[in-house]
Design a binder for this molecule. Structure first.
Ligand SMILES: [Zn+2]
Length: 326
């Protein structure tokens, strides 16, 4: 199936920029009406085609905000902009909006919707001159806030229907038991650490949470009302959230990792920042698009999810099936 068949009627052309080696740059751009929007992509070099906006869905490094953030054309939520500044030690030069607010790109209103994936993560939605509603989700944990659309551009982190690892439930009970017992949790400094802190407070625990330097800086800034926090080595209680790499340096009777990685020598508790496959399908059903473009992460899972949606009768391609480039 060619993309012309899907996107021609919608008046939207997906493109990928090529880097000098000829490989496509991450992730993609959409051309429609007189606009070119780049999505979760690195900055185009001077002299090449420039987009009207670099839409940054959230501050995880595989969405390339580190590169796009220094463009005045960057568009990100206030929290995403701040997280990028803390993570990368450089100034965010683009424009910001509150999560759930809207922002004008030229004369076009782009509306944003929380996706619950990280603090500040959003989906971007807009309507073209032809009245086609486009929604770009980035990574999603909670689709309840997302509107219906005609073209859905979405993620496939757990999008392979034939991979058992793509079906799971969060182990909130196991996590709660470990919090009650006093434990040290290994979690990535941006995203998972704030999810752990939010859950610890939601469970009713008011103890100080010990954190490593980077996690502490990000959490104090992004979850200011969720303290008390302290540096992990000074924490008086046995409750800590540190990066997986620092887990071995903390003296604690109980240690768990909250990642899906199995190469770390600690027990795992499954707490994901993503929808699993069933969740992704419920999201697609709710949004009920005419067409879907599965864009992240590139590779097998995006290909398999696009294939599965085609089997269900929906016009769908993955990012690696985009043929046009610039
Ligand atoms: Zn992410």
């Amino acid at each position: 199936m060619t993309e012309d068949g899907i996107f021609g009627d919608l008046g939207i052309t997906p493109f990928r920029r090529r880097v000098s080696s000829g490989r496509p740059a991450p992730h993609l751009s959409l051309r429609f009406d007189s606009h070119l929007f780049s999505i979760d992509t690195s900055r185009s070099p001077k002299g090449s085609v420039q987009p009207d906006a670099y839409l940054i869905t959230h501050a995880h490094s595989d969405h390339y905000g580190k590169s796009a953030m220094i463009s005045p054309e960057a568009v990100a939520s206030r929290e995403t902009a701040r997280a990028l500044e803390i993570r990368h030690g450089r100034r965010y030069e683009g424009r910001t909006f509150p999560v759930g607010g809207s922002i004008l790109v030229d004369d076009l209103e782009v509306v944003t919707y929380s996706t619950g994936h990280t603090i500040g993560s959003v989906a971007f939605g807009w309507e073209t001159d032809l009245g086609v509603r486009v929604l770009v989700t980035g990574d999603v944990k909670n689709y309840e806030n997302l509107p219906k659309c005609d073209l859905l551009v979405t993620e496939a982190n757990y999008g392979d229907p034939w991979d058992p690892a793509c079906r799971f439930e969060d182990d909130i009970v196991g996590f709660g038991d470990a919090v009650d017992a006093g434990s040290t949790f290994g979690a990535y400094a941006f995203g998972k650490a704030q999810r752990a802190v939010s859950l610890i407070r939601a469970l009713g625990c008011k103890d100080p949470i010990g954190m490593d330097g980077k996690s502490l800086a990000l959490t104090r800034e992004l979850l200011p009302g969720f303290g008390p926090f302290s540096p992990a080595e000074e924490n008086g209680t046995d409750l800590n959230v540190v990066t997986p790499w620092e887990l071995s340096t903390i003296r604690s009777k109980r240690k768990y990792v909250l990642t899906g990685r199995s190469d770390l020598p600690f027990a795992q508790i499954r707490i994901s920042d993503h929808l699993d496959f069933k969740g992704l399908m419920r999201m697609v059903e709710r949004i009920s698009p005419k067409a879907a473009l599965v864009y992240h992460p590139e590779g097998r899972r995006a290909n398999m999810m696009a294939h599965h949606l085609r089997e269900l009768g929906m016009a769908s391609i993955s990012v690696s099936e985009i043929e046009d480039s610039f």
